[in-house]
Ligand binder design. Structure first.
Ligand SMILES: Nc1ncnc2c1ncn2[C@@H]1O[C@H](COP(=O)(O)OP(=O)(O)O)[C@@H](O)[C@H]1O
Ligand SMILES: [Mg+2]
Length: 279
């Protein structure tokens, strides 16, 4: 059931460094702002962002184009420094590119000359994981994502959905505690997207990974997430955090028919509609 949990109270003190109860959150974003300075103008992409994601939670982020969703993920990955505020991963301040995260983008970004398995193993090579461990993890993930039988296929021999499965395996190979996904299913047809959603729900439950998913689809957000963060147009702020209130294991069709799901999607649609009407 959507609860009007307007911007969550951060659990730790504003200095963000102290070991408060919130410091064990998987992701902590405290009073964050991001400004981009370009030659001709300054753009405030994000302002007043406070968000705590407990370990193992699935959080979806929705909002209009350009509201700073990708910027938010880049902050967590350490690919971008906030202009103000702090970003914490497992209670530790993010100060540079982090290796303990997995990242999946809208395009699978696979190396065309490498087989599915060797694309997945790229992660092991980059991290200099022991070869045997990398191979074992890759085999487990290939089985988990239903890619068995396609290990030796080249990317162009795979469907869009399969390519995204390969990208997901690559992102999960090193067992990252936090998985960041930036519109990962946006380029897939509706049916494949549905299948990928079902699989992602299962993989999330099996791995216990904390997930931050950016999506344009309100129903995808509500089907997958524990909490949905709704953002306002630029400069991006958090309009509201909605607790979807569904059990972790979710059958696709059954979930769509549940009152909690319908209430949450209607509520978010209203928020985003109000936002674009005011824009
Ligand atoms: N490297 C950058 N330099 C300048 N402006 C940027 C840069 N990255 C993003 N922006 C701007 O910041 C805003 C938020 O971008 P982004 O996070 O990509 O939005 P979203 O993912 O929600 O569509 C946009 O106005 C975008 O043009
Ligand atoms: Mg984006």
């Amino acid at each position: 059931m959507p609860r009007n949990t307007t911007v969550q109270e951060p659990e730790v003190t504003k200095d963000g460094q102290s070991s408060g109860p919130g410091s064990t959150a998987a992701v902590g974003i405290k009073d964050v702002a991001v400004r981009f300075r370009t030659k001709n103008r300054d753009v405030t992409a994000l302002t007043d962002i406070d968000l705590e994601v407990p370990m193992g939670q699935f959080v979806a982020i929705v909002g209009p184009s350009g509201c700073g969703k990708s910027t938010l993920l880049k902050l967590v990955a350490g690919l971008l420094k906030p202009s103000a505020g702090d970003v914490l991963l497992n209670g530790e301040r993010v100060q540079g590119a982090r290796h303990d995260i997995g990242y999946v983008f809208q395009r699978a970004a696979l190396l065309e000359w490498r087989s599915a398995r060797r694309n997945i193993l790229l992660q092991a090579e980059m991290r200099k994981m022991p070869a045997e461990l990398g191979r074992r993890r890759a085999d487990e993930l290939i089985a988990m994502t239903g890619l068995s039988g396609f290990e030796d296929a080249l990317p162009h021999e795979l469907s869009g959905g399969m390519q995204q499965r390969v990208a997901l395996c690559r992102a999960l190979l090193h067992e990252p505690p936090v998985l960041l996904m930036d519109e990962p299913f946006g380029a897939l047809d509706a049916l494949t997207r549905e299948q990928m959603n079902t699989e992602l729900n299962r993989i999330w439950r099996e791995t216990g990974t904390t997930v931050l998913l950016v999506t344009h689809s309100i129903s995808e957000a509500c089907y997958l997430a524990d909490q949905v963060v709704v953002m306002s147009p630029r400069p991006g702020t958090i309009t509201e955090i909605i607790d979807v209130g569904l059990p972790p294991e979710r059958d696709y069709t059954e979930t769509m028919g549940r009152p909690e799901f319908q209430e949450a999607t209607t509520h978010i649609r209203g928020l985003l509609g109000a936002v674009s009407a005011a824009d």
